[in-house]
Design a protein around this ligand. Structure first.
Ligand code: AHG
Ligand code: MN
Ligand code: MN
Length: 340
């Protein structure tokens, strides 16, 4: 299988849908078939519904803001709200998801108290929402945990370190829509084929390169960085062909897009703590943990600068963390300066 490029598969892999892939236990968790499979399929269904709306944005009166702010004080876009409701409804439907925590909602939402509801889902329904109105890639991020007790889910159930994730992934609404998922063993990507209405296997067993001369950070924050990050920022831009510098800078401002590119091409993405955001900007539960889980499963690294993201014990649903993720050697370079 490894001899095949993305999009080129041995004949038995052609036309393999995400649903079949999950059903046949190919995500690496053959023991968890029924409920787990159904839950992931509901997330995929929500992704199809959201993609249908995103593709018509500009025509279907879904651009613009709702005039409100979410739990973290961000302006809420109409699509944020729609995507949030779409995911909530899809997750509630089959009674396998006890509760969900969304970036767009202050508290957890109880979705089912049935005995079959033994999973918990965290999600960022629409990531990169400031890019919606200017037609730049946006995404959806999700993580799945197990509810490990009887009785209704509580907020404390969601305060688990990311290493306990059962599955995590994201959907990128880019030049095509892709669904990337891992159960912690291998990372697989599926591309949406609108003509058949299915996610088809396109990137089996994604491995992040060990190094790539690219960095991704909001340079506009440079004056607010720590001295260590400033030194790293100078170093990546300095001329030194023996280390492939200067590196190229790529920054979309949608984590899903920046992290997806980093996963496929390599390099480093960083949103470190700075004087404006001493805790960082990105949210631990909905953004940092799912991506850390994906990146590690693909052979990459995700750290706050001082600790492994997946080891953090969360203390609040909307907690923020500094996030540095990417190729092993690129992240090491960053840490050498940041902590040096
Ligand atoms: P969201 O749209 O879900 O609030 O997330 C936006 C995040 C993330 O996608 C991106 O990496 C980051 O904000 C960009 O922040 P800056 O505009 O400060 O660079
Ligand atoms: Mn986001
Ligand atoms: Mn969001």
């Amino acid at each position: 299988m490894e001899d095949y490029e993305p999009g080129e598969h041995e004949p038995s892999r052609i036309g393999l849908t995400l649903e079949t892939y999950i059903l046949e236990g190919m995500l690496g968790r053959p023991e968890a078939r029924g409920y787990f499979t159904s839950l992931l399929n509901q997330i995929a269904l929500a992704a199809k519904l959201v993609t249908a709306r995103v593709r018509r944005a500009g025509l279907a009166n879904v651009l613009g803001t709702t005039g409100e702010q979410n739990a973290t004080g961000d302006v809420v876009q109409k699509l944020d709200e729609e995507a949030n409701e779409t995911l909530m409804r899809a997750l509630g439907r089959r009674h396998h998801c006890a509760a969900a925590a969304s970036e767009e909602e202050e508290d957890i939402r109880i979705l089912s108290t049935a005995d079959s509801a033994n999973y918990l889902v965290v999600f960022d329904p629409l990531d990169g929402s400031s890019n919606i109105d200017v037609n730049i890639s946006i995404g959806t991020i999700f993580g799945v945990y197990r509810k490990d007790h009887d009785g209704p889910a509580t907020m404390e159930d969601f305060l688990k370190p990311g290493r306990e994730l059962q599955a995590a992934g994201y959907v990128i609404y880019g030049s095509s829509t892709q669904f990337v998922i891992t159960t912690g063993k291998a990372v697989h990507g599926f591309t949406y084929d609108p003509s058949v209405g299915e996610f088809l296997l396109s990137h089996e067993n994604i491995r992040i390169p060990d190094h790539h001369p690219t960095y991704s950070i909001n340079e506009g924050n440079a004056a607010r960085w720590t001295d260590g990050v400033k030194r790293w920022g100078e170093w990546v831009k300095a001329e030194d062909p023996s280390t492939r510098r200067p590196y190229s800078m790529r920054y979309v401002g949608t984590l899903v897009a920046d992290a997806h590119r980093t996963l496929l091409r390599g390099g480093v993405f960083a949103y470190p703590a700075d004087t404006k955001s001493p805790e960082g900007k990105l949210r631990l539960l909905y953004e940092a943990n799912p991506f850390a889980f994906v990146l590690e499963a693909a052979g990459g690294v995700a750290t706050t600068g001082t600790e492994r993201v997946l080891d953090i014990q969360p203390t609040a649903l909307h907690q923020k963390v500094p996030l540095i993720l990417g190729s092993r050697r690129n992240v090491e370079e960053f840490l050498r300066f940041a902590n040096g």
